[in-house]
Design a protein around this ligand. Structure first.
Ligand code: GLU
Length: 493
């Protein structure tokens, strides 16, 4: 094991967003590539955004995806949240309770690198509003910076409400080297005296992230580039503590098809939604890896192992990565094609049941037949009901397409439908023998062949002249359903 230590540090505010999974994945791939350690830490110091059950959902979605956690917050064999590793607790609210942050904030205050602020929220807001009205960048005006430390401590001891703020030096440049974006510089004049400890006594994200990354010996901070403007505050804190900062790697924003930020605020893009739509973990992971990273070849299909072998930050783009759903479908389709028929049948069955097309006790034999019939066309499991619904629904609900309707008007089509029905009446059931010989028989009896034979039969049974292997379709539908369908066609089309 190398000394590379990376972390995924989500705030459990709901479900796992696809952008979050991409961040987790890039951390994980780098950990595997370098034989390092992948850590999961929960950043829940913003109690107002806390959502019950969110942590379990997040860990389940991660486990589904195949992104493994070596250390930190994990699920045990029974699906219960637990922790492993030497640097715990790994949930920040537990770290608050354990008093971990206390001595670090005291140190900053004692060394005049942070100060108590007694301004009310109303005053802070009013200052900002005025600054905005004056066309200035809104930030804290520093009123409490000059309160003598002893006096401030006395006020705290007297029970006055306070926050603790970072005491940024004036007009100083703070730079850091981002592995992807290069050198980034901010001036402290454009930065706020960041709150480090909130009124409720909890540390802010900015304070806790630095203390924890340091104590957990994180070597590389890999996160979305929306955090870039926070990084100089973190860099300054490392300096204030006299600690070495980790390496920073800010990943390109995930964009939607309109090149806007693919945001969780829109309520879409949750990993759970993709699971529900029937994407495979392999497909989603493969697709997400290409969302900002590209290999050194034209290759686009990668297993997790192969990704871990090839992945490095050198091939991560600087600019936004567009989430292209068609590409996701294409990539995922590849993994569907690779499944065994039996596995695919098991995977699509719940989608067929949910769509109301079959019941739970539908036979495995037919399920397998259905899976093999559509395997080449299914990109995600939820495609299965759409592709095959005409085999199951009421005849009157079948949407016969224009081409099918045209074909079915022909005299020969009538003849074929009648001949088919007559043959069907001669057998007890539509078995393999019948399904594989019926077209030959019809050809012999009617003298009609080629597409003049196939199109009408296919159109009458399935509503379209095109489609998969008709033998399988007949076996899936069975005698009764086909007889009904053909009689319906005779009478109505
Ligand atoms: N807790 C932050 C989030 O919700 C993590 C940012 C970071 O990785 O530093 O995304």
């Amino acid at each position: 094991m190398s000394d590379v230590r990376v972390r995924f540090a989500p705030s459990p505010t709901g479900y796992l967003h696809i952008g979050g999974l991409r961040t987790a994945l890039f951390n994980y791939l780098y950990a595997r590539h370098t034989d390092g350690t992948m850590i999961l830490r929960i950043e829940d110091t913003d109690r107002t955004r806390f959502v019950e059950g969110a942590l379990e959902n997040l860990l389940k979605a991660l486990a589904w995806s195949g992104v493994e956690i070596d250390e930190g917050v994990v699920l045990d064999e029974n699906g219960q949240v637990t922790e492993k590793g030497e640097y715990g607790p790994y949930i920040q609210s537990d770290r608050v309770k354990a008093g971990i942050y206390d001595k670090y904030i005291e140190k900053l205050i004692d060394e005049d690198k942070a100060y108590y602020c007694f301004c009310s929220q109303e005053r802070v807001d009013a200052v900002r509003d005025q600054q905005k009205a004056d066309g200035l960048t809104p930030k804290y005006d520093g009123l409490c910076r000059s309160i003598p430390k002893e006096e401030a401590k006395q006020r705290v001891a007297n029970g006055e409400e306070y926050t603790v703020r970072l005491k940024l030096p004036h007009d100083r440049e703070i730079s850091f080297e981002d592995r992807i974006k290069g050198k980034i510089t901010f001036n402290t004049n454009d930065m706020d005296d960041q709150v480090l400890i909130k009124r409720d006594g909890y540390p802010t994200y900015h304070f806790a992230v630095v203390v924890d990354d340091h104590l957990m010996k994180i070597t590389h901070v890999v996160r979305g580039d929306e955090w870039i403007s926070s990084t100089p505050k973190h860099v300054y804190l490392y300096e204030a503590f006299g600690w070495e900062a980790p390496e920073y790697i800010h990943l390109p924003t995930v964009l939607n098809e309109n090149h806007k930020k693919y945001s969780k605020r829109n309520g879409d893009g949750m990993v759970e939604d993709f699971i529900e739509e029937g994407y495979t973990a392999e497909g989603l992971i493969n697709f997400l890896a290409l969302l900002g990273w590209s290999p050194d070849s034209e290759e686009e299909i990668f297993s997790m192992e192969e990704l871990a072998r090839q992945f490095d930050f050198d091939r991560v783009n600087k600019t936004g990565a567009v989430f292209d759903k068609r590409k996701l479908d294409w990539v995922n389709g590849h993994y569907v094609r690779e499944m065994s028929v039996e596995d695919l049948a098991k995977a699509i069955k719940p989608f067929m049941v949910k769509a109301g097309l079959i019941s739970e006790d539908y036979s495995d034999e037919k399920m397998n037949l259905l899976a093999s019939t559509w395997q080449s066309a299914i990109d995600k499991f939820s495609d299965a009901p759409n592709l095959s619904k005409n085999y199951y629904i009421e005849d009157s609900e079948v949407d016969f397409d224009e081409e099918a309707k045209e074909v079915l008007k022909e005299e020969d089509s009538r003849k074929l439908v009648d001949a088919f029905l007559a043959k069907l009446a001669e057998v007890d059931e539509l078995d393999q023998e019948f399904a594989s010989t019926i077209m030959k028989t019809l050809q012999k009896e009617t003298g009609i062949k080629g597409k003049n034979l196939w199109f009408p039969i296919r159109a009458a049974i399935t509503g379209s002249v095109h489609g998969p292997d008709l033998t399988s379709v007949m076996l899936i539908m069975g005698k009764e359903k086909i007889a009904k369908r053909l009689n319906y066609v005779k009478e109505n089309l």
